[in-house]
Design a protein around this ligand. Structure first.
Ligand SMILES: CC(=O)SCCNC(=O)CCNC(=O)[C@H](O)C(C)(C)COP(=O)(O)OP(=O)(O)OC[C@H]1O[C@@H](n2cnc3c(N)ncnc32)[C@H](O)[C@@H]1OP(=O)(O)O
Ligand SMILES: O=CC(=O)O
Ligand SMILES: [Mg+2]
Length: 559
């Protein structure tokens, strides 16, 4: 492969000459990857890794220690040590004009055609995702960087030869936000000083390095803008803030240009919202209710508490008291600190072949968005371009200004008990079956490189699949009693789950057809899902285990 070294302005045919010392690229090369692996960009990313790797390791260690305390019986709560921050009078830097109005944000993986469709769809913003909706294969990650670079430069096009269709950007497009991976995921295809790189720093580093100048030129000197996922504590936000400071300093970008919206999508983080905003106060663009990971995290955090079994996933909706409390506290917190309180994702997507079902799905999305705007959210997410007009209409009708930062929600008084109140509902055999069917099909798609899929007319991604996994794990671990059904008092056991898995695999094969089933990775996915659901100790993330199945090193990789 030929690598271009911009500092020498010469072309080299020897890859080693252009790769900085200590950096090893183990993923297979494609000629177009040269655009991303410039010498300067690699040096920038290697420096990020060297500077922040110890702090990332510390964060992950703290998570383990905190989980051990939860496993010993503690419940999450507000930290007395940071009361002064929660009660103090301070605000974050005010939102720049480019992100003042975020009423509808479409989200989707960093896939070329989807990026063009998302930017063109009429949403105010587009969150391009390296996280929940992307399977982090080497190709997806590096092609994603190329796609984003072309999108920022407005040169992105896509040819669909089969349909004889060319995709290109409209003159008016959504503004781009990028979501790097969470702190827990490594990028095994790039090693720095003999260790795999941190996924989050790879995603942030390459994107920032290649795009900050063009992005800021188009957005009034501000940006790039980010979403920051899956944090559990303000110390993790402090690391992102330090990464932003460092990136701004190294690239000569004025302090506070970068802005990040933190997803509050773990149970521990809801008790740290003021603290998280405080750490990021010069770089904050507010908080977002990442409801799917939040439900997953709720189960994971209290995994050692047998009295905390959740009802079936379909019953854990946003009107359950613990979720309503979380969203209201998030809105109050953000508006006190002068930043946006973003809503989350309704899982319904358009249903093409059934108008009545499609209408019912649209009505559910509409109700969800109406609840959000009336509660005081400043904007929300849409999973599909077909939903954008509907979501826009709800916000346009109920939010006349660019946002509603002025809605302080001083009436809200949320306590620990509210945030920890168990949702009401039933656990059924059909719930166990559905979790299994969805979990296996999602994993099979993920292992073939697709991180968000339509299943049973709903969007499924890593966060929703995690709920299926941990809910099964919880029910098996504590032999949950199932409600209803033909056998009253039936308990979930490993044996019952094994039978369910076998039967659901047969059903999946019928649904997808024998050819797709044989050519897909369903059996492998079933094995992995079963291992995860029956593990003596719950694994932190499904994708950590599954990642081993998508790593592909190049045979000729050399130092
Ligand atoms: C928990 C969370 O983190 S939520 C955020 C992360 N999740 C996501 O972002 C999910 C995003 N959404 C999606 O990936 C998809 O909409 C899915 C997988 C749910 C459904 O996909 P499909 O069934 O393939 O959609 P469908 O066939 O209706 O697509 C129709 C068109 O819309 C496009 N499209 C669908 N969703 C999106 C999207 N989110 N962004 C851009 N384009 C999209 C398709 O590319 C297709 O384009 P084309 O007509 O030019 O070929
Ligand atoms: O990232 C969003 C979520 O709901 O999880
Ligand atoms: Mg999430």
């Amino acid at each position: 492969m030929e690598i271009y070294n911009p500092s020498s302005q010469k072309r080299s045919r020897n890859p080693e000459m252009s790769i900085p010392a200590g950096v090893r690229i183990r993923g297979p090369m494609r000629p177009e990857f040269e655009k991303i692996f410039t010498r300067d960009a690699l040096e920038f990313v290697a420096e990020l890794e060297r500077k922040f790797r110890p702090r990332v390791k510390y964060i992950l260690k703290c998570r383990e220690e905190q989980q051990a305390r939860y496993d010993a019986g503690e419940l999450p709560s507000f930290d007395p040590a940071t009361k002064a921050i929660r009660e103090g009078e301070w605000t974050c830097s005010s939102p720049p004009a480019a992100i003042a109005d975020r009423r509808v944000e479409i989200t989707g993986p960093v896939e070329r055609k989807m990026i063009i469709n998302a930017l063109n769809c009429g949403a105010k913003m587009f969150m391009a995702d390296f996280e929940d909706s992307l399977a982090p294969t080497w190709d997806n990650i590096i092609s994603g960087q190329i796609n984003l670079r072309d999108a920022v430069n407005r040169t992105i096009t896509y040819e669909d030869k089969a349909r004889n269709k060319t995709y290109k950007l409209n003159s008016k497009t959504a503004a781009l936000l990028v979501r790097p991976r969470g702190w827990h995921l490594q990028e095994s295809h790039i090693e720095i000083d003999g260790e795999p790189a941190t996924g989050a720093l790879i995603d942030f580093g390459f994107y920032f390095f290649h795009n900050h100048a063009s992005y800021r030129a188009k957005h009034g000197g501000y940006g790039p803008f980010f979403y920051l996922p899956k944090m559990q504590h303000s110390r993790e936000a402090a690391v992102w803030n330090a990464v932003f400071d460092h990136a701004e300093d190294v690239c000569g970008v004025p302090r506070g240009s970068i802005r990040g919206t933190v997803l509050i999508e773990t149970l521990p983080a809801v008790f740290q919202m003021h603290e998280i905003l405080y750490e990021l106060r010069e770089h904050s663009a507010g908080l977002n209710c990442g409801r799917w990971d939040y439900i997953f995290s709720f189960i994971k955090t209290v995994r050692a508490h047998p009295d905390r079994l959740l009802p079936d996933r379909v019953q854990v909706g946003m009107t359950q008291h613990f979720l309503k409390s979380y969203t209201e506290l998030l809105i109050q917190t953000c508006h006190k600190r002068g930043v946006h309180a973003m809503g989350g994702m309704a899982a319904q997507i358009p249903i093409k072949d059934n108008p009545a079902a499609n209408e019912a799905a649209a009505a559910l999305v509409k109700a969800d968005k109406l609840r959000e705007v009336l509660a005081g959210h400043d904007g929300t997410w849409a999973a599909h371009p077909g939903l954008v007009p509907l979501v826009l209409e709800v916000f346009d009708q109920n939010m006349p200004k660019a946002n509603q930062l002025h809605v302080k929600r001083e009436d809200v008084n949320v306590t620990c008990a509210d945030l920890l109140q168990m949702p009401k509902g039933t656990r059924t055999l059909e719930g166990l079956r559905l979790n299994t069917r969805v979990g296996v099909q999602y994993l099979a798609a993920w292992m073939t490189g697709t991180g968000s899929v339509p299943l049973y007319n709903l969007m499924e991604d890593a966060a929703t699949a995690e709920i299926s996994r941990v809910q099964n794990w919880q029910q098996i671990k504590y032999n949950a009693v199932l409600d209803g059904g033909l056998v009253p008092g039936m308990r979930v056991t490993k044996e019952l789950f094994a039978r369910v898995l076998d039967e659901e695999l047969v059903r999946i094969e019928k649904e997808v057809g024998p050819a797709k089933f044989a050519n897909g990775r369903y059996q492998e996915a079933a094995k992995l899902f079963a291992k995860q659901c029956t593990a003596p100790v719950l694994d932190d993330f499904l994708t950590l285990d599954a990642y081993r199945n998508i790593v592909t090193f190049a045979p000729t990789a050399r130092m």
